[in-house]
Design a protein around this ligand. Sequence first.
Ligand SMILES: NC(=O)c1ccc[n+]([C@@H]2O[C@H](COP(=O)([O-])OP(=O)(O)OC[C@H]3O[C@@H](n4cnc5c(N)ncnc54)[C@H](O)[C@@H]3O)[C@@H](O)[C@H]2O)c1
Ligand SMILES: [Zn+2]
Ligand SMILES: [Zn+2]
Length: 353
Amino acid sequence: MRAWSVVETGAPLQALDMPTPEPKGSEVLVEVTHCGVCHSDLHIWEGGYDLGSRGKLSLKDRGVVLPLAMGHEIAGRVAALGPDAKGVAVGEAKVVYPWIGCGKCERCAADEDNMCPNQARTLGIYRNGGYATHVLVPDAKYLVPMDGADPAVAATYACSGITVYSAIRKLGDIPPDRPVVLVGAGGLGLGAIHMLRALGHRRIVSVDVSAEKLEAARKAGATETVLAEGDVTAAITAACGGPALAVIDLVNGSATARFAFDALGKGGTLVQVGLFGGEITVPLPIMAIRALALQGSYVGSPSDLRAVMALAKEGKLSPLPVSTAPMDQAGAVLERLRDGKVTGRVVLRADAA
Ligand SMILES: NC(=O)c1ccc[n+]([C@@H]2O[C@H](COP(=O)([O-])OP(=O)(O)OC[C@H]3O[C@@H](n4cnc5c(N)ncnc54)[C@H](O)[C@@H]3O)[C@@H](O)[C@H]2O)c1
Ligand SMILES: [Zn+2]
Ligand SMILES: [Zn+2]
C-alpha cells in the first residue's frame, strides 16, 4: 500500500510504500476511494495547537507519532476481513467512523467513542488514516453503509458532518426563527448551514473574513452574512436584530471567540468547535448576570454518523460543495486550505493518484 505521510512537520508529504496490513481478529481492511482534507489535518501538519499564554500543544504532547498518514474523512470499499469480522462483506462501499476509542470503557460501550479518554485508535491522528490506498479499521462496527450516497460527499460526514450536527444539538431547543450565528464559512461552516436547514432552522447568520466565503454561505442558505472586520460584535447584533442567543464558533481563535462571546445576550450559548487556537478571558460577573454558557464540542459519535447519513438519504441534507483532487496532491491541497483558497471541501481520490 501507499500512504501520503507527514514525515516532518511542515515539510512536503512523502509517498511511503509499505506492506498492506493483513486484518486480524475483528479488523477490516478498507481500500480508500475518497478522503476529505479537513483543517484539523493542517493543524497536525503545522505541528500542534496554539494554547495562548500556555504555549503550544505539540504533536509530541498529543502523542502523535510521525510518519503519519493523516485523513479522517474516509470512504472506501471493504478489501479484506479478519477472521472475526462480522456484518460486512468484501466489496461493500462504506464510510469509516474514524474517532475510535479504546473499545473497553463505559463511553465506548455507550457508543460515545469521541468521548473516550483514550483515543489511541483514532484514524488519521494516532493511526494511519485515509491519505492512503488502504486503511485498517479495528472493527466493522465503525463502518457505515454508503447506501447509494455519493462517496465524495459522504466521506465528509465522518468529520465535518457529524461535528456540525453534534455542535448544533448542543445549542438545545431553539425555535426555528431564532437566528443561529456561525463563525467561519469554510468546510464546517457551509456544512453547518446545510445541517441547520435540514433541521428546520430558518435564520442563519454566517460570519467570515472572506467576502468570497460569505458568497458561498449565501448560496448554501445563510440568510444574513457579516464580514469579520471592524466592530464584529455590533454587526452580529445588528444581523440578529438583538444580542445573539446561539453562536457556533467554527474558527475559535482569540479574535473570533472574543467577538462571539461579546455578542451573546441573556441565556446565550457559545459552542466552540474550531481549533485555530489562542485564548480569551471572560468577565465572570457578566457570565453570571447574563446566564451565559460556553460549551466545547468534539466531532460526534458513531450514532451521529448514522443519523447524518440518514438525513442525507432522506434528501433533507444538501451536499457540501466538494471538489476532488488526486491523492498525490494532498500536500498542495493543504497549502491551498492554509492560504484560504478552498471553498467547501476538497476530497482526495485514491484512484486518481
Ligand atoms: N471540534 C471539532 O470536533 C472539530 C472538527 C473538525 C474541525 N475542527 C476545526 O474547525 C476549524 C474549521 O475547520 P474547516 O475544515 O471548516 O476549515 P476551513 O479552512 O475550511 O474554514 C475556515 C474558515 O474560517 C474562516 N476564518 C479564518 N479566520 C477567521 C476569522 N478571524 N474570522 C472569521 N472567519 C475566519 C476562513 O475564511 C474559512 O472560511 C479548524 O480549526 C478545524 O481544525 C474542529
Ligand atoms: Zn476533521
Ligand atoms: Zn473507550
